[in-house]
Write a new protein. Sequence first.
Length: 483
Amino acid sequence: MSSANDGGEDARPSRGFGERLKTEPPYRAMRRPTLTFLGGVHEIGGNKILVEDGPDRVLFDFGPSFSPRWEEYYVNFLQPRSTSPAKDLLEFGLVPRIEGLYSREALGDADLAWKPPEVHAIFISHAHADHAGHLNLVDPSIPVYVGEGTRELLRAIDSSTAMKYGDHDWRTFADRAPIRVGRIEVVPFPVDHSVPFAYGFLIRTSEGTIVYTGDFRHHGPRASDSHEFFRAAESEHPAGLLIEGTRAGPDTRRNLTENGVRSEVDRLLGRHPGLALACTYPRDVDRLTTLHAAAQAAGRKLVVSARTAYLLASIAGKWTSGKLPLPGTPDGVEVYQRKKKRYWEYEKPYLDTGLSATEVRSHGERYLLALDLSHFPELIDLRPPRGTPFIHSMSEPFSEDDVDDKVMHNWLDHFGLEFHQMHASGHASEGELFEIIRSIRPRRVYPIHTEHPEAFRAIGPSAHPPELGVPYPVTPGSPTPRD
Ligand SMILES: [Zn+2]
């Protein structure tokens, strides 16, 4: 499932849908407000949360589960048919069986027949694949709400990668401006995460407020946004808190702050006068900005792929977190020009000014080159001197038998590159999560987007690791006492 991994940080396998989900009674039978987890349960990613209040049904995020069950049926050479992707996923219970959600085209002649939409809106928290990657299955008449910046990001991803979101009734929301869908009111709050324009939501139902964090951190450049969201969440006295727990449980991986990454890159560039290489997540604009600033301070240029340049240019109009290093500007990024038989439309604006492998090889000291892993064959032309530093500015692998990681190291070993791990996660640590829960004091805490929901038992009786496909009532009442 290569496209689904595209940009979804920290996506790793876990349990997928249980067969039981297929036999659940129709969700719409529930009258009082409920929330049902259709993904993101005992897994990192795959968030799909259905909130129902009377006749109104709103879905929060709709991303594929990176589940081992998926890989039991679909692997890189064997994928759902583009003529009936929903049918092919429903066959194995890899997407939830919900009526009035999927498009006629995606269903084909699946045994779940097409029905006019019975889901009234979908809110997408951010542009990572594990939250937005199944939008292509959805009926095009269901309104899809995204932040204004996310809309631009999705547009750029759609036109420059294999990821396709499909046609939708797109609606953009403004920061903290409430949107009403029947009885349900949604207030989107910007949060700090490793992709820009990420949101958490206050979801007000007729029986109380649910807080959905999306994915977040508060050690990046938009930490104050996350804090403002938590303060607003606290003053709602929420009935439920749906909190991501990517880093809950055992986590031995080294984590820096964004500023910490900057200092380590500064030091490294100070020690190595020649070419330096780096690798980041393609949508981690904060990291690109950090690397660009470090390169500039060392008298170098950050060189990125045409795809990254296109993405930066696409979001420029919505970017408000400082100066974006744009291609084609005097103090912006340079573009690396790969040799290709055919160039995509989005690559064409950069063809005349792109830097060749020869230029980068002969003047390595001028550049910090950010390569995607898929662009590693360029190393064969670049011939970096042995000992050239390679900054791995992404998550460490989740398992020791991670194939991509092994292949990457084979390439690094072959060229004698010096590996440096320097990363700031897009997610809060377990301690930070517990602190947030203690300050918000929700009646119930539903840990999602985590492989270790049980770790949240440590916060006390408010912890409710959810089960897949079970409708939970939104129960009003006094918040948990402060301890
Ligand atoms: Zn996620």
